[in-house]
Design a protein around this ligand. Structure first.
Ligand code: GLN
Ligand code: ZN
Length: 741
């Protein structure tokens, strides 16, 4: 007989450590400075601290197996034995990190964004020959660890359908093979896992199936039915919670409802409880506390939702909308924030307290006193008086007109060589920035360091012979945070780190009020750089969608209104750069794809306003000013029409991992295009022959008059030594091809 589900829970918790302890432990282990034991003891302490803290906050349902040395999808691949042979090593941890980070001769597995978040997972590789085998060591060890503290936990594992939908076909798989073809085999391994966990005395297991909130084909829904039918009918198993998040289950809800699983988690922040009737007889884990934002939960509304769900489904537990992985640990540490703002904020700790409080209120509310059958949706967000509608861009002159004006104004050679913006961020720069923040050096001294770096970057580019130069972005800690620090309406945190991938974290700014640009932001640096050279220096801005995508955003205005406010600020900056004599301006939009809604029905509307906001930000520029944009992800080809719609004069796109597809898809692309020819994610330095080969290939898809020559992305993470050698090869390759045209 199954035990009832705890009254309060979270679907997952941050794991990098309140002071990024895991990041430091991982990086020193990778560098060989510390031992495996050191790493393991840090990890154990982080897990134990988390469970103790959650229990102390009064949370009843504690998750386990939410810790990871790198990524939970990678953990699941290891759990299922899906380890490609080329990564196997004697030491299990070495094998694990080889998949994540690459090893001698084997580049790492691909990494991509986790749904519409800024978290990246490792893409498993599954082929027809993959031999699955259970390796339950990690979840079992975590259950035992918590138990040693006197705490029972619910292991969390990525579910079989989502795991296979996120996987890619192993190289050399026959055409038509899809990882989901292996469902039956994989489900058998899950069955064995459940048996082992049952034998360990585990009462509940959580299987995460966020893939079910996107559009799914009948065959995929049949896979859900098959998987959970099979697992549900097992005799010897813990009770099952299937967790959905990031949206509504839609067609998958009745399918799951018909399986014997005992509980389903619903995201009631992004989705609604409209189908909850179908779950009568099961427990609904009602995700009313958002795991995706940093705002306090509206208590009355959340309680009303909980009561309505209880009315419909019967058994309800209070939970978070998704794992708290996507928010920082504790807002109480942000003593530098305006107290009025801090009052409005909740990070992971505060969200746990909210879940506990709501569970108490729900328990105290008499059954049958729901506020009617209507389940409240999200608050109607009111647009402001001046909605985005009145910022319709008149549009710039047609491209041929602009191209002619720019050719006249810029006098660039064929196949112009440029970079994406940043140059290596040296230790000296980082130290100077830290010293400035700590008040150890004066503003003027810091600016001297920045100016010296700009001089170095300009001199280097002139010496190497690039055609459109950049100032190198030495003044920026980060391409979003830098702008947030200079715009009204944003706050930045001190400790608000969120895992992005592996040991990498970002500190998203908090966009909490109306965005305004009090004064020009980048102009003086661009002007200084331009004063050092007669070649055009490219002004460098982050686009409105990316600034918003990589921030925590207010929820009292529609997202598009917020994006248009930021677009206003970017538009003003573009105007000021032009006035300062900057002839080329790049507005990066690497996050354009990230905000694409998971449901197809919503995608066109998003792309339409996102593109309109970009055009609003850039279309004030005169026709002779050349607007560049840059995007970096390996599947840019999937939104190429929208990228084309940005109407930038030149678009640079990362292409190291998707050259073939990208070049195959650019046929309709009508303006300047720079498919990256130097993979900046790798310390490898390509030589001129290699770059020449890539350019020759690109010339088959893009006419020479429109082809640009540039690296894949910014050079900030590389060393000057690598950058200098690589760019020398790039310039030489462009020169050879020019001579032939
Ligand atoms: N201009 C930025 C840079 O070069 C672009 C970074 C990005 O695309 N992620 O660093
Ligand atoms: Zn990039």
């Amino acid at each position: 007989m199954t035990s009832s589900f705890p009254a309060s829970t979270v679907l997952g918790y941050p794991r990098i450590g309140p002071d990024r302890e895991l990041k430091r432990a991982l990086e020193s282990y990778w560098e060989g400075r510390t031992s495996r034991e050191d790493l393991e003891s840090t990890a154990r302490r982080l897990r134990e601290d988390t469970w103790r803290r959650l229990a102390a906050l009064g949370l009843e349902g504690l998750p386990s197996n939410t810790f990871s040395y790198y990524d939970q999808v990678l953990d699941t691949a290891v759990l299922l034995g899906a380890v490609p042979a080329r990564y196997r090593q004697d030491d299990d941890l070495a094998t694990y990190f080889a998949m994540a980070r690459g090893a001698e001769g084997s580049p790492p597995l691909r990494m991509t964004k986790w749904f519409d978040t800024n978290y990246h997972y490792i893409v498993p590789e599954i082929g027809p020959e993959t031999v699955f085998s259970l390796d339950a060591g990690k979840p079992l060890a975590e259950v035992r660890e918590a138990r040693a503290l006197g705490l029972e936990t619910r292991p969390v594992v990525v579910g079989p359908v989502t795991f296979l939908l996120l996987a890619q076909a192993a190289p050399a798989s026959p055409g038509g093979f899809a990882p989901l073809d292996r469902l039956d085999d994989v489900v058998e391994v899950y069955a064995r896992l459940l048996a082992e966990l049952a034998a360990e005395g585990v009462a509940w297991v959580q299987l995460d199936e966020p893939a079910l909130v996107a559009d799914r084909t009948p065959a995929e829904l049949a896979a859900v039915e098959a998987a959970y039918g099979r697992l549900g009918r097992l005799e010897n198993r813990p009770a099952l919670l299937v967790a959905s998040y990031f949206g509504d289950l839609g067609d998958a809800l009745p399918v799951l409802a018909a399986t014997p699983v005992e509980a389903v988690a619903l995201d009631l922040v992004r989705g609604t409880a409209n189908g909850a009737d179908a779950l009568a007889g099961k427990t609904v884990v009602a995700g009313v506390v958002s795991g995706r934002d940093v705002w306090r939960t509206g208590r009355d509304r959340a309680l009303a939702t909980l009561l309505a769900v209880r009315e419909r489904a019967g058994r309800v537990a209070v939970g978070t909308s998704c794992s708290l992985l996507h928010v920082p640990y504790d807002v109480e540490r942000e003593t530098g924030l305006d107290p009025a703002l801090r009052e409005r904020l909740a990070f992971a700790e505060q969200k746990v307290a909210e879940v506990v409080e709501l569970a108490g209120l729900l328990a105290a509310a008499p059954v049958g006193h729901a506020p009617g059958r209507h389940v409240p949706g999200q608050p109607e967000v009111q647009g402001r008086a001046h909605a985005s509608g009145d910022r319709t861009a008149k549009g710039r002159a047609p491209y041929p007109v602009r191209a002619a004006a720019q050719a006249e104004h810029l006098k660039l050679p064929l196949l112009p060589v440029t970079t994406i913006g940043s140059f290596p961020q040296t230790g000296e720069l980082r130290r100077a920035r830290a010293a400035l923040a700590a008040g150890e050096i004066a503003e003027a001294a810091y600016e001297g360091v920045v100016r010296a770096e700009i001089e170095r970057v300009i001199a280097l580019q002139e010496r190497l012979g690039l055609d459109v130069l950049v100032h190198g972005e030495p003044e920026r800690n980060d391409m979003v945070q830098y702008f947030a620090e200079h715009l009204d309406g944003f706050a930045v945190t001190r400790h608000g780190w969120v895992q992005s991938y592996g040991s990498r974290c970002t500190r998203p700014p908090i966009l909490h009020g109306d965005v305004r640009r009090p004064e020009p932001i980048t102009v003086r640096w661009a002007r200084y750089a331009q004063s050092l050279t007669s070649k055009p220096v490219k002004g460098m801005l982050t686009g409105p969608v990316t600034i918003v995508a990589w921030s925590f955003v207010r929820d009292d205005l529609p997202l598009r209104e917020v994006v248009f406010q930021v677009a206003d600020a970017v538009r003003e900056e573009v105007g000021d750069l032009e006035e300062a004599g900057i002839r080329v301006i790049q507005v990066d939009e690497p996050a354009l794809r990230e905000l694409v809604p998971l449901r197809r029905a919503e995608q066109d509307a998003y792309l339409e306003w996102a593109v309109a906001a970009y055009r609003w930000a850039t279309s004030g520029a005169s026709e002779r000013t050349q607007i560049h944009t840059h995007l970096c992800y390996s599947d840019a080809d999937q939104i190429l029409a929208a990228i084309d719609g940005l109407d930038a004069d030149v678009t640079s796109i990362e292409s190291a991992r998707s050259r073939g597809r990208l070049l195959g898809a650019v046929g309709d692309f009508s303006r300047g295009l720079g498919p990256g020819v130097y993979d900046i994610h790798s310390p490898r330095v390509p030589d001129a022959d290699e770059v020449e080969g890539l350019l020759t290939e690109a010339l088959r898809a893009v006419p020479a008059e429109r082809l640009w020559v540039n690296p894949d992305c910014g050079l900030k993470t590389r060393s000057y030594e690598q950058v200098e050698a690589a760019l020398a090869g790039v310039v030489e390759a462009a020169a050879r091809l020019r001579a032939r045209h």
